[in-house]
Write a protein that binds this ligand. Structure first.
Ligand code: BG6
Length: 493
């Protein structure tokens, strides 16, 4: 089989949903345009609505036009799409789907290779996985893989339960748990920046780094997702997965090989070294916030509690800042600060690595503001790195000035980097699970998060809403760093 353009059927559960329309169809189309998909492929959309193939293809076409992609191959692409109306619990639905897949296998010569993509409400994940097995859909001559969206549970016990259900039907190496941050260009670049540069790796430890900051701020509010978000909040929605994954990549040891097992096992070791926080310590290490009304991009926006579908007294956090400590030889004593929130001043995901001061710095006399060396990894919307260093100001006075060395990945590559979902679907087609979350990572991460959510569920926030839309979150988040003698590096730099 050609591993560059593997042949497979892709079955998308939840094919009429937002994720399928906004992300999955455009990503599969891009793979097609870029020659990364064999001409012989088929996509089966599965959902409750009674659609026909023609209606479904029309929906896919609209989604692609909406995504403003080169439309020259849309017609031939859409021919590969099929629709299967479906009832999650009905045995017949699965048997009919099985028949359809067998027919498509012979139409497209896909050797029985199948990706089952669960892009729908999580309460059905377990049932679908079990039924795929019991009705014989996983019993195929080719390979079978399960791509599964978050949320993967809402705490450790529910995640374990879900894992048990899907593991009955798929083995760990057939399960691709999506964390779309792992598909981002600059998140993938973290490992290369660290491990392919003699300039950084020797300094990447507690002797030279004073603290690391990971921020992912959004300007959008909760939008149409209140029913999900009310039960999730920023801690489960962003911290348990995306933020902790970025911390693991920043902190892990160099893998001995660039393969799935080695990379994941180094990440798991970081998560095992995360210092657990006890219930009564949560307030010292974590800050929560909820947005009130305010102004974002010159527009007045309402507070979280006024959004459609939220509770008037909602205790749900839309902002989290926290301090993580990693108790191992490399990182003992170095705080990793994380921060994420909705309705903040800017849309920005950035990692800041702040280096320690020189032991004696004659160029910054006592009392004068120090300017630490800082490496910024810009994840989005800009992609690149900036190194902040000190240099001499030109002229006779001998004064110093901060300078920046910058690399912007967009301007270098001149084309847009692939979308996260495009890479992840391609990885799954090729059987590369490196950029997906292993169960051990998911489990350890929930274990860490559960104490914080328990503390917050027990002690309701008395000060919500505590930050204005369009700000950088509650003041308490600044205090978290100030008490350690640090401050959040500006997001504009
Ligand atoms: C998702 C969350 O996982 O990530 C959303 O469920 C959030 O609430 C989104 O908006 C942020 O992703 P990105 O790629 O825009 O940073």
């Amino acid at each position: 089989m050609n591993v560059e353009n593997p042949k497979s059927l892709i079955v998308i559960f939840g094919a009429t949903g937002d994720l399928a329309n906004r992300k999955l169809f455009p990503s599969i189309y891009r793979l097609y345009l870029n020659g990364k998909l064999s001409e012989e492929f088929g996509v089966v959309g599965v959902a409750r609505r009674p659609n026909s193939n023609e209606q479904f293809r029309e929906n896919v076409r609209e989604a692609l036009l909406e995504a403003k992609l080169d439309d020259s191959k849309i017609d031939q692409f859409c021919e590969h799409f099929y629709y299967h109306p479906f009832d999650v619990t009905n045995r017949e639905s699965y048997l009919e789907l099985k028949l359809l897949l067998e027919n498509l296998d012979s139409t497209y010569h896909t050797f029985g290779n199948r990706i089952f993509y669960l892009a729908m409400a999580p309460e059905f994940f377990g049932t679908i996985a079990s039924k795929l097995k019991s009705e014989g859909l996983t019993d195929t001559t080719g390979w079978k893989r399960l791509m599964i969206e978050k949320p993967f549970g809402r705490d450790l016990p529910s995640a374990k339960e879900l894992n048990k259900q899907i593991r009955d039907a798929f083995s760990e190496d057939e399960i691709y748990r999506i964390d779309h941050y792992l598909g981002k260009e600059m998140v993938q670049n973290i490992e290369v920046i660290r491990f392919a540069n003699a300039l950084f790796e020797p300094l990447w430890n507690n002797r030279y780094i004073s603290n690391i900051q990971v921020t992912s701020s959004e300007t959008l509010g909760v939008g149409e997702r209140a029913s999900y978000y009310e039960k999730s909040g920023a801690l489960r929605d962003m911290v348990q997965n995306h933020m902790i994954q970025m911390v693991a990549l920043l902190a892990m040891e160099p893998p001995s090989r660039l393969n799935t097992e080695e990379v994941r096992s180094e990440k798991v070791k970081v998560l095992r070294s995360l210092r657990a926080i006890s219930l009564d310590e949560v307030d010292q290490y974590f800050v929560r916030g909820q947005y009130g009304s305010g102004i974002v991009a010159d527009k007045e926006v309402m507070g979280y509690r006024d959004e459609n579908g939220t509770e008037p007294e909602s205790n749900t956090e839309t902002f989290v800042a926290g301090k993580l400590l990693i108790d191992n030889f490399r990182w003992a004593g170095v705080p990793f600060y994380i921060r994420t929130g909705k309705r903040m001043a800017v849309k920005s995901t950035k990692i800041v690595i702040e280096f320690k001061d020189m032991p004696m710095n004659l160029y910054f006399p006592e009392g004068e503001e120090r300017r630490p060396n800082v490496l910024v990894i810009h994840i989005q919307p800009e992609e690149g790195i900036t190194l902040h260093i000190n240099a001499k100001k030109s002229g006779p006075t001998g004064e110093t000035t901060p300078i920046k060395m910058e690399f912007s990945s967009k301007s270098q590559n001149s084309i847009n980097t692939p979308e996260a979902y495009e890479r992840l679907i391609y990885d799954c087609l090729r059987g590369d699970a490196t950029n997906f979350a292993h169960w051990d990572e998911v489990g350890l991460s929930w274990k860490f998060i559960d104490t914080i959510s328990e503390a917050w569920a027990t002690n309701k926030a008395s000060d919500f809403p505590n930050y204005k839309s369009g700000s950088l979150g509650p003041e308490k988040a600044d205090k978290l760093l100030e008490k350690d003698g640090f401050y959040w590096w500006p997001l504009s730099e």
